[in-house]
Design a protein around this ligand. Sequence first.
Ligand SMILES: [Zn+2]
Ligand SMILES: [Zn+2]
Length: 75
Amino acid sequence: MPRNRRILGECPRCGQDNYTCSYNHFQTEGLRIDSWEHKCPDCGYRETQAFRSDADDLADGFDPEICPFCERSAT
Ligand SMILES: [Zn+2]
Ligand SMILES: [Zn+2]
């Protein structure tokens, strides 16, 4: 599983500097899932969002390789 993590810095909840943005993607037959997670190891604050390639509610031109929280690119 490819894993891609970046340290963002200050946690919005506790203010420690270990807040991270992680990107994962999974590919199985006919389905692709892109998942994003923002997480603080100090206080446990966490935000996650996953995008399935078979979802009907994704807008045209939507790019699942852009973080919905901090807008960084996975690549
Ligand atoms: Zn925190
Ligand atoms: Zn992010």
